[in-house]
Design a protein around this ligand. Structure first.
Ligand SMILES: [Zn+2]
Length: 202
């Protein structure tokens, strides 16, 4: 145009435009990043972080708190490597992996159990009353139990980690069950936090 020869055909020009459009709108989200994204928080303010690739396809992690403005460019391979590294540190000291604490027996449960103990020592045993007490004591104990599944899962996980602390699959299982947050710092530094641990540590 304007006296210059046309270097590419209209078809080629269009094809390139379409390709570029495709690259801009199609944001590949690697499946291995999803678990990290779900737990990613800002190390500055604790708000959730989102990942985008608006800038030339470079992954950027951005704090969702508009007043914080924390944001850092981090390649997927780097964030993955850093998370795995932290998981390995944790895996090498399984004692540091937190288990949910079992709740102490409620005072009602203890009262019912005391009453039951008294009944056993009485001469005139009333079997119906005792049965009621036993059922009530069991119900109280049961109601006071934490869900035993996560604790059991963590106990098994600790055993596996003691045998094979570098096994990738086990490390991600550790991530899944024990890690609550992946804190991302200003300089791209990563720390993992566990249940009941508000501050970012390790
Ligand atoms: Zn923030």
């Amino acid at each position: 145009m304007d006296g210059y020869p046309q270097l590419v055909t209209d078809e080629e020009f269009l094809a390139v435009r379409l390709r570029r459009g495709e690259q801009n709108t199609y944001a590949p989200y690697p499946s291995e990043i999803i678990p990290i994204r779900d737990k990613a928080v800002c190390a500055l303010c604790g708000e959730k972080m989102a990942r985008d690739i608006k800038s030339h396809g470079r992954p950027r992690w951005r704090c969702k708190n508009p007043e914080c403005g924390g944001s850092v460019y981090l390649d997927d391979s780097i964030i993955l490597e850093r998370v795995v590294q932290k998981l390995k540190v944790l895996a090498h000291s399984p004692a540091c992996i937190r288990l949910p604490k079992a709740a102490p027996a409620s005072t009602d449960a203890l009262r019912i159990e005391n009453e039951l103990a008294l009944c056993f020592n009485r001469a005139d045993i009333n079997p119906e009353y005792m049965k009621t007490l036993i059922m009530a004591a069991a119900a109280e104990r049961y109601a006071g139990l934490n869900d035993p599944t996560p604790a059991h899962r963590l106990a098994l996980l600790r055993q596996k980690l003691e045998l094979e602390p570098e096994n990738e699959e086990t490390l991600w299982e550790l991530f899944e069950s024990a890690v609550t947050h992946v804190c991302i710092g200003k300089g791209g530094e990563i720390s993992l936090s566990q249940k009941d641990q508000k501050e970012c540590a390790s």
